[in-house]
Write a protein that binds this ligand. Structure first.
Ligand code: SAM
Length: 218
Protein backbone atom coordinates (compact mmCIF):
# COMPACT_ATOMS: atom_id res chain seq x y z
CA UNK A 1 0.00 0.00 0.00
CA UNK A 2 2.75 2.42 1.02
CA UNK A 3 4.50 1.75 -2.29
CA UNK A 4 1.35 2.83 -4.19
CA UNK A 5 1.04 5.96 -2.06
CA UNK A 6 4.63 6.83 -2.89
CA UNK A 7 3.94 6.24 -6.60
CA UNK A 8 0.87 8.48 -6.36
CA UNK A 9 2.98 11.31 -4.92
CA UNK A 10 5.77 10.65 -7.46
CA UNK A 11 3.24 11.20 -10.23
CA UNK A 12 1.65 14.17 -8.46
CA UNK A 13 5.08 15.81 -8.15
CA UNK A 14 5.13 16.54 -11.90
CA UNK A 15 2.18 18.94 -11.59
CA UNK A 16 2.11 19.67 -7.84
CA UNK A 17 3.40 23.27 -7.91
CA UNK A 18 1.17 24.20 -10.87
CA UNK A 19 -1.82 22.58 -9.11
CA UNK A 20 -1.15 24.56 -5.92
CA UNK A 21 -0.66 27.79 -7.89
CA UNK A 22 -4.03 27.26 -9.61
CA UNK A 23 -6.22 26.61 -6.59
CA UNK A 24 -4.39 28.45 -3.81
CA UNK A 25 -5.41 31.95 -2.77
CA UNK A 26 -1.88 32.40 -1.40
CA UNK A 27 -0.23 33.38 -4.70
CA UNK A 28 2.82 35.00 -3.10
CA UNK A 29 3.48 32.14 -0.68
CA UNK A 30 2.93 34.52 2.25
CA UNK A 31 1.48 31.76 4.41
CA UNK A 32 4.70 29.75 4.15
CA UNK A 33 6.74 32.79 5.22
CA UNK A 34 4.34 33.21 8.11
CA UNK A 35 4.75 29.56 9.13
CA UNK A 36 8.55 29.89 9.00
CA UNK A 37 8.34 33.02 11.16
CA UNK A 38 6.17 31.24 13.74
CA UNK A 39 8.84 28.56 14.27
CA UNK A 40 10.84 31.27 16.13
CA UNK A 41 13.92 29.56 14.67
CA UNK A 42 17.03 31.68 15.13
CA UNK A 43 20.37 31.98 13.37
CA UNK A 44 22.30 28.68 13.56
CA UNK A 45 19.24 26.54 14.48
CA UNK A 46 18.34 23.17 12.97
CA UNK A 47 14.85 22.89 11.46
CA UNK A 48 13.16 19.86 9.93
CA UNK A 49 10.26 20.07 7.43
CA UNK A 50 8.53 16.70 7.25
CA UNK A 51 6.48 15.75 4.16
CA UNK A 52 8.28 18.63 2.48
CA UNK A 53 6.93 17.81 -1.00
CA UNK A 54 8.52 20.10 -3.57
CA UNK A 55 10.29 21.96 -0.76
CA UNK A 56 8.46 25.28 -1.08
CA UNK A 57 8.89 26.04 2.63
CA UNK A 58 12.64 25.38 2.75
CA UNK A 59 13.75 28.75 1.38
CA UNK A 60 11.62 30.58 3.98
CA UNK A 61 13.17 28.47 6.73
CA UNK A 62 16.74 29.20 5.56
CA UNK A 63 16.02 32.91 5.91
CA UNK A 64 15.54 32.31 9.63
CA UNK A 65 18.48 30.01 10.36
CA UNK A 66 20.89 31.79 7.97
CA UNK A 67 24.12 30.18 6.65
CA UNK A 68 25.17 28.57 9.91
CA UNK A 69 21.86 26.81 10.44
CA UNK A 70 20.57 23.59 8.90
CA UNK A 71 17.24 23.02 7.17
CA UNK A 72 16.26 19.43 6.36
CA UNK A 73 13.43 18.60 3.97
CA UNK A 74 12.13 15.04 4.41
CA UNK A 75 9.71 13.17 2.18
CA UNK A 76 9.15 9.55 1.10
CA UNK A 77 8.53 10.48 -2.55
CA UNK A 78 11.63 10.66 -4.70
CA UNK A 79 9.64 12.55 -7.37
CA UNK A 80 8.76 15.32 -4.90
CA UNK A 81 12.36 15.44 -3.65
CA UNK A 82 13.76 15.80 -7.16
CA UNK A 83 11.62 18.90 -7.70
CA UNK A 84 12.63 20.19 -4.24
CA UNK A 85 16.29 19.70 -5.18
CA UNK A 86 15.92 21.75 -8.37
CA UNK A 87 14.09 24.53 -6.56
CA UNK A 88 16.59 24.79 -3.69
CA UNK A 89 19.85 23.99 -5.47
CA UNK A 90 21.49 27.33 -4.62
CA UNK A 91 20.86 26.99 -0.87
CA UNK A 92 23.87 25.55 0.96
CA UNK A 93 22.09 25.00 4.28
CA UNK A 94 19.34 22.77 2.79
CA UNK A 95 19.55 18.96 2.98
CA UNK A 96 16.97 16.63 1.44
CA UNK A 97 16.28 13.17 2.82
CA UNK A 98 14.05 10.38 1.54
CA UNK A 99 12.40 8.77 4.59
CA UNK A 100 9.13 7.90 6.26
CA UNK A 101 7.53 10.53 8.48
CA UNK A 102 6.79 7.74 10.98
CA UNK A 103 10.45 6.65 11.31
CA UNK A 104 12.68 9.72 11.35
CA UNK A 105 16.34 8.83 10.71
CA UNK A 106 17.74 11.30 13.26
CA UNK A 107 19.15 11.24 16.78
CA UNK A 108 17.04 12.32 19.75
CA UNK A 109 16.69 16.05 20.70
CA UNK A 110 18.39 17.51 17.63
CA UNK A 111 15.90 19.91 15.99
CA UNK A 112 14.84 23.31 17.32
CA UNK A 113 11.65 23.19 15.26
CA UNK A 114 9.77 20.75 13.05
CA UNK A 115 7.19 21.88 10.47
CA UNK A 116 4.57 20.01 8.48
CA UNK A 117 2.61 21.92 5.87
CA UNK A 118 -0.63 20.62 4.35
CA UNK A 119 0.37 16.99 4.80
CA UNK A 120 -0.38 15.78 8.33
CA UNK A 121 -4.05 15.03 7.63
CA UNK A 122 -3.09 13.03 4.55
CA UNK A 123 -1.12 10.53 6.62
CA UNK A 124 -2.77 7.24 7.53
CA UNK A 125 -3.93 6.82 11.14
CA UNK A 126 -1.09 4.74 12.54
CA UNK A 127 1.44 6.83 10.60
CA UNK A 128 0.07 9.98 12.27
CA UNK A 129 0.54 8.48 15.76
CA UNK A 130 4.09 7.29 15.03
CA UNK A 131 4.92 10.59 13.36
CA UNK A 132 3.83 12.51 16.50
CA UNK A 133 6.02 10.26 18.68
CA UNK A 134 8.96 10.65 16.34
CA UNK A 135 8.64 14.43 16.11
CA UNK A 136 8.56 14.64 19.92
CA UNK A 137 11.69 12.50 20.06
CA UNK A 138 13.80 14.49 17.57
CA UNK A 139 12.82 17.90 18.97
CA UNK A 140 14.89 19.59 21.65
CA UNK A 141 12.98 20.01 24.93
CA UNK A 142 12.29 23.66 24.09
CA UNK A 143 11.47 22.83 20.48
CA UNK A 144 8.13 23.22 18.74
CA UNK A 145 6.15 21.34 16.11
CA UNK A 146 4.09 23.50 13.74
CA UNK A 147 1.38 21.98 11.62
CA UNK A 148 -0.21 24.09 8.89
CA UNK A 149 -3.50 22.76 7.52
CA UNK A 150 -6.62 23.84 5.68
CA UNK A 151 -9.34 24.78 8.11
CA UNK A 152 -12.53 22.71 7.82
CA UNK A 153 -14.37 24.37 4.89
CA UNK A 154 -17.52 26.28 5.89
CA UNK A 155 -19.31 25.64 2.57
CA UNK A 156 -21.09 22.25 2.99
CA UNK A 157 -20.31 21.05 -0.56
CA UNK A 158 -16.61 21.90 -0.30
CA UNK A 159 -16.58 20.40 3.19
CA UNK A 160 -17.97 17.14 1.81
CA UNK A 161 -15.35 17.10 -0.99
CA UNK A 162 -12.66 17.78 1.62
CA UNK A 163 -13.80 14.80 3.71
CA UNK A 164 -14.06 12.57 0.61
CA UNK A 165 -10.47 13.45 -0.32
CA UNK A 166 -9.24 12.54 3.18
CA UNK A 167 -11.17 9.25 3.10
CA UNK A 168 -9.80 8.42 -0.36
CA UNK A 169 -6.28 8.93 1.01
CA UNK A 170 -7.03 6.34 3.72
CA UNK A 171 -6.81 9.13 6.27
CA UNK A 172 -10.21 8.50 7.88
CA UNK A 173 -8.65 8.92 11.34
CA UNK A 174 -7.79 12.48 10.37
CA UNK A 175 -11.52 13.25 10.43
CA UNK A 176 -11.71 12.14 14.07
CA UNK A 177 -8.55 14.10 14.85
CA UNK A 178 -10.02 17.19 13.17
CA UNK A 179 -12.99 17.04 15.54
CA UNK A 180 -10.81 16.62 18.65
CA UNK A 181 -7.63 18.25 17.40
CA UNK A 182 -6.42 19.86 20.60
CA UNK A 183 -7.07 16.71 22.67
CA UNK A 184 -5.17 14.57 20.15
CA UNK A 185 -2.13 16.87 19.94
CA UNK A 186 -2.12 17.33 23.73
CA UNK A 187 -1.44 13.60 24.03
CA UNK A 188 2.04 14.35 22.68
CA UNK A 189 2.71 17.98 23.69
CA UNK A 190 2.12 19.90 26.90
CA UNK A 191 1.28 23.19 25.25
CA UNK A 192 -0.93 23.29 22.15
CA UNK A 193 -2.33 26.46 20.56
CA UNK A 194 -4.01 27.03 17.25
CA UNK A 195 -4.74 30.12 15.19
CA UNK A 196 -6.25 30.99 11.85
CA UNK A 197 -4.11 32.48 9.11
CA UNK A 198 -4.84 35.66 7.15
CA UNK A 199 -7.37 34.80 4.45
CA UNK A 200 -9.23 32.47 6.79
CA UNK A 201 -8.74 29.18 4.88
CA UNK A 202 -5.76 27.76 6.74
CA UNK A 203 -4.62 27.43 10.33
CA UNK A 204 -1.43 26.68 12.22
CA UNK A 205 -1.29 24.44 15.27
CA UNK A 206 1.71 25.14 17.45
CA UNK A 207 2.77 22.27 19.72
CA UNK A 208 5.41 23.05 22.35
CA UNK A 209 7.06 21.08 25.17
CA UNK A 210 7.07 17.51 23.87
CA UNK A 211 5.85 14.99 26.45
CA UNK A 212 8.56 12.41 26.90
CA UNK A 213 7.06 8.98 27.36
CA UNK A 214 10.42 7.34 28.00
CA UNK A 215 12.84 9.91 29.49
CA UNK A 216 16.54 9.22 29.00
CA UNK A 217 18.20 7.66 32.07
CA UNK A 218 20.51 9.98 34.03
C1 SAM B 1 0.10 17.59 -0.10
S1 SAM B 1 1.82 17.31 -0.14
C2 SAM B 1 2.41 18.68 0.84
C3 SAM B 1 3.79 19.10 0.43
C4 SAM B 1 4.34 20.35 1.11
N1 SAM B 1 4.49 20.17 2.53
C5 SAM B 1 3.54 21.58 0.80
O1 SAM B 1 3.07 22.26 1.72
O2 SAM B 1 3.41 21.90 -0.39
C6 SAM B 1 2.05 15.93 0.95
C7 SAM B 1 3.47 15.40 0.95
O3 SAM B 1 3.60 14.44 2.01
C8 SAM B 1 4.43 13.37 1.54
N2 SAM B 1 4.11 12.18 2.35
C9 SAM B 1 2.90 11.57 2.45
N3 SAM B 1 2.98 10.52 3.30
C10 SAM B 1 4.26 10.48 3.75
C11 SAM B 1 4.95 9.62 4.66
N4 SAM B 1 4.33 8.61 5.27
N5 SAM B 1 6.27 9.87 4.91
C12 SAM B 1 6.91 10.91 4.28
N6 SAM B 1 6.31 11.74 3.40
C13 SAM B 1 4.99 11.53 3.15
C14 SAM B 1 4.07 13.23 0.08
O4 SAM B 1 5.06 12.58 -0.67
C15 SAM B 1 3.88 14.69 -0.33
O5 SAM B 1 5.08 15.24 -0.81
Amino acid sequence: MRRWRRKYYDLFSTIYDRFVALHSSDKQGKLRSYLAEKTNAAQGDRVLDICTGTGSLLRCLTRRVKERGIVVGLDFSIGMLEVAKRKNRNLNSVYLIQAEASALPFKTNVFHAVTCSHAFYELRGETQDHCMEEVGRVLTLAGSFLIMEHDIPKNPVIRMLYYIRLMSMGASKAIQILRHEKAYLSGYFENVTSFKLPGGFSKIMVCREPLISDPPKA
